[in-house]
Each structure stands twice: as C-alpha cells, then as structure tokens.
Unconditional design. Structure first.
Length: 131
C-alpha cells in the first residue's frame, strides 16, 4: 500500500517525501496533495475542488496550482470553485458564474477580464459584448 501511495503522490508532487507523517501534522498544501492523491488512487477522472487554496500561504497555494496544472496535462477534468480571480485565471479554461442559485453565464477565461467576471458575480449579468 505504501508503494502505491508513494507512486500516486510522486506523480502529483515529486518533492513530497514524508509519507509516514500523520496527515494532521502536514501543511495545508500537503493535505491537499493527499486528498487529491486519494481520489486519483481510485481512478477519478474528474475532481471537484472547493476553495482548495483558501487559508493557504503563498508557497502552499503555488503547490496546489502546480498540481492542478499537472492534472490538466494528464487529462483530469477539474471543477474549481474559487473566489480568487488570480487562481481562476491562472488554471481555468472556462468560468461559470452563479448568483442566487442560477447560472449567470459560462465564458472562456481568454475572452473576459477578471473585472468582467467580478461584474458578473456582483451584478448577476453577462458581460457586455466587446466592439
């Protein structure tokens, strides 16, 4: 079991070496790696990540975002739920904004600015057409 765990975790984060350390004593970024590794061990093809970088420091956030990039390269689908526009714009291809339980719009990240997405969140309206 340890060998299998090591393989999955090394795939996510080659710098993660303390496999015998209790999860409760790990950093937030390491805990996220363990949670993602557990899902991948069971062959998950889609991950739903709800605020995975909340309450993490800059180094741990970087670790999680790098992991998301690697998973995307492997073809793992990721639903990222986040209020952090910098994270969203770094790792997402599309963004869906919901307000009061209804979808406002789904747009390609390359086609909008963070301010336009924030406008969708605050106003509950699609961004205005450009041009």
């Amino acid at each position: 079991m340890e060998h299998e765990a090591r393989q999955v975790i090394q795939r996510l984060n080659p710098n993660f070496t303390q496999l015998r350390k209790p999860v409760r004593s790990m950093s937030g970024g390491q805990r996220q790696t363990v949670a993602i590794a557990r899902a991948l061990y069971f062959n998950a093809r889609i991950l739903i990540m709800d605020e995975p970088c909340a309450a993490l420091g800059p180094a741990e956030t970087r670790m999680v975002l790098d992991t998301i990039h690697r998973l995307k390269e492997e073809g793992i689908g990721i639903f990222l739920i986040s209020h952090d526009m910098a994270d969203v714009f770094e790792v997402c291809d599309r963004v869906t904004v919901m307000k009061n339980g209804s979808v406002v719009d789904t747009v390609r990240v390359a086609d909008v600015t963070p301010d336009e997405v924030l406008g969708m969140i605050i106003l509950g309206q699609k961004p205005r057409a450009k041009g």
